[in-house]
Design a protein around this ligand. Structure first.
Ligand SMILES: Cc1cc2nc3c(=O)[nH]c(=O)nc-3n(C[C@H](O)[C@H](O)[C@H](O)COP(=O)(O)OP(=O)(O)OC[C@H]3O[C@@H](n4cnc5c(N)ncnc54)[C@H](O)[C@@H]3O)c2cc1C
Length: 496
């Protein structure tokens, strides 16, 4: 504990008192509202030092097993913006955010020693990379008599409120939903602190790195066709939530989970802010509740709540099954022997050159923006695993790299279920790409937007250009651009 000396001249009195000092280590909880670790730090200490460390391994040092950069440019930009926003908010409250680039277990440890704090407060993470870092930090802190205090900041539901221990979490989403909805109320979100105590210890504030500093050549700007232009940070997230529910009332149209593929309005687009913790799911829930109480569309309330429950469910599954979620055989340990590590097929899929327009349009969207609808994600994942029979881990790693909203539990959990190796094997999702394409992009606007080389095709031919007859091609008079890839799977098989 740090020692502070107060000298009161009138009484000629010297009082010795201890300042209880704690470090608030921000991770994927880049917000002041409903931040349990921050609230605890403020309750238990006199002085809180907020810290964020850009983990070099995630940005420039390490790649995934199949060689993708761990954090792609869209997400890197989003995180940089989120950290800058957090720093502004803390400065407005009379404090600052100490920023470092390095390995958090080392940087936070050094700062804790320098500041002579007693505790490091943080919201606990549950997936391997993040657990490794927090465990390493914990060990180092013990060596100097300090400790980590964990809070739970990620979910709608608190583990402690559940009617079952984590190891007994129901394996099927429907059972999980039934049990939590019946027994567990969602807690009220915690308020933002109005002011932060002064930091009395001298610490270098540190610069927030730019994209180049983190080794990116790209700017991370999204293509103008992006469903939403993401801007990182709690302020932008709260503004988006407010606009979505109250100002623009786009929520009115959210009935079924993520059925659209084009434009901004078909789903909430909360995911990137949720993934970095700029928005709390409990706060979203409480807005939904008041919207419902004020006569809002009950189907929309139920739909968004249902989506948020999926997020919790995947997180609970990741806690329950840990490394198994990332293994080729998944939670059930049953890898299909036909799954190959085929780099060539994978690359065509990544580049949107499979010759299947609905797949290619979605894949070009994610490459150019870091975002894709849930409908799109399900279809492209199904196509890679079930039609091309490529090892699903390759697809999951590409998503890990490119997604602006990457969340380990949600990404790997969804890939598990598409591949049929998740906790609910009945859930295997094998999609008929042709019927999905004609159903969810009936007029072909989405395909035309992302595949300009097909723009001239009449709608009825757009979903399966590989099935054009020679008379069709003649009638088109060369308007089907020869640039478009040959189909890697015959779309005819989906029409049988
Ligand atoms: C193969 C695959 C990979 C995915 N990877 C991710 C990922 O890395 N990060 C991520 O946040 N979502 C992931 N999802 C889930 C889903 O596609 C996105 O959450 C959703 O498209 C984000 O858009 P939105 O915020 O408008 O969603 P909305 O439909 O508006 O849903 C609101 C919120 O609920 C949560 N949610 C909705 N659907 C799901 C779901 N199926 N699983 C988990 N959470 C859900 C998200 O936090 C989302 O922001 C993946 C889905 C698939 C099929």
């Amino acid at each position: 504990m740090a020692l502070v000396l107060y000298f009161h001249q009138s009484l000629k009195l010297t009082i010795l008192m201890y300042t209880k000092r704690g470090i608030m280590w921000f991770r994927q909880d880049l917000r002041l509202h409903d931040n349990e670790a921050l609230t605890e730090a403020l309750q238990y200490t006199d002085e809180v030092i907020p810290i964020y460390v850009f983990d070099e391994r995630q940005f420039r040092e390490q790649t995934t097993n199949f060689g993708f950069r761990k954090t792609g440019a869209y997400r890197a930009k989003f995180i940089i913006e989120s950290v800058a926003d957090l720093r502004n908010s803390l400065r407005e409250r009379g404090c600052d955010l100490i920023v470092r680039v390095g390995h958090p277990e080392e940087e936070v440890f050094q700062l804790a020693r320098q500041a002579k704090s007693s505790w490091v407060f943080c919201n606990r993470e549950r997936t391997p990379d993040e657990v490794y870092v927090q465990d390493e930090l914990e060990k180092r802190l013990w060596s100097v008599g300090q400790e980590i205090r964990y809070s739970r900041g990620k979910m709608l539901y608190y583990t402690a409120d559940l009617p079952f221990p984590i190891t007994h979490t129901p394996d099927t989403f429907s059972q999980f939903k039934k049990e939590v909805e019946r027994y567990v109320p969602v807690r009220e979100p915690l308020p933002k602190p109005a002011v932060m105590p002064d930091i009395t210890v001298r610490l270098e504030a540190g610069e927030i790195p730019g994209m180049e500093d983190l080794g990116y050549e790209q700017s991370g700007e999204q293509d103008r066709r992006a469903a939403i232009q993401h801007r990182g940070g709690e302020s932008a997230g709260l503004q988006h939530l407010y606009d979505y529910v109250w100002e623009d009332r786009e929520i009115e149209h959210y009935c079924q989970m993520s059925d659209g593929v084009a434009g901004e309005g078909y789903s909430t687009k909360f995911s990137a802010w949720l993934a970095q913790g700029c928005l709390s799911p409990k706060l979203i829930y409480h807005h939904l509740k008041s919207y419902g109480e004020q006569g809002g569309n009950p189907k929309a309330v139920e739909g968004v709540f249902h989506a948020l429950l999926w997020r919790d469910y995947h997180r609970f599954m990741a806690k329950k099954y840990q490394e198994r979620v990332f293994a080729k055989g998944g939670v059930v340990d049953q890898a299909d022997p036909r799954w190959r590590n085929d780099e060539h097929l994978l690359q065509k899929w990544i580049d949107g050159k499979t010759g299947i327009p609905f797949i290619d349009a979605n894949m070009r969207e994610i490459k150019a923006t870091g975002y894709m609808s849930n409908r799109g994600r399900q279809n492209v994942a199904s196509f890679l695993v079930h039609d091309l029979q490529v090892n699903w881990q390759m697809g999951a790693e590409y998503f890990e790299s490119v997604l602006v909203d990457y969340d380990p539990a949600s990404n790997w959990g969804n890939w598990n279920s598409i591949a049929g190796v998740g906790s609910d094997p009945r859930e295997e999702k094998r999609f008929n790409i042709f019927s999905q394409s004609t159903r969810y992009d009936a007029k072909g606007d989405f395909i035309r937007e992302w595949l300009p080389e097909l723009a001239d095709l009449p709608t009825e031919k757009l979903h399966q250009p590989d099935m054009l007859s020679s008379s069709d091609e003649e009638a088109l008079n060369g308007r089907l651009s020869s640039d478009y890839a040959e189909a890697m799977a015959s779309t005819g098989k989906w029409r049988k």
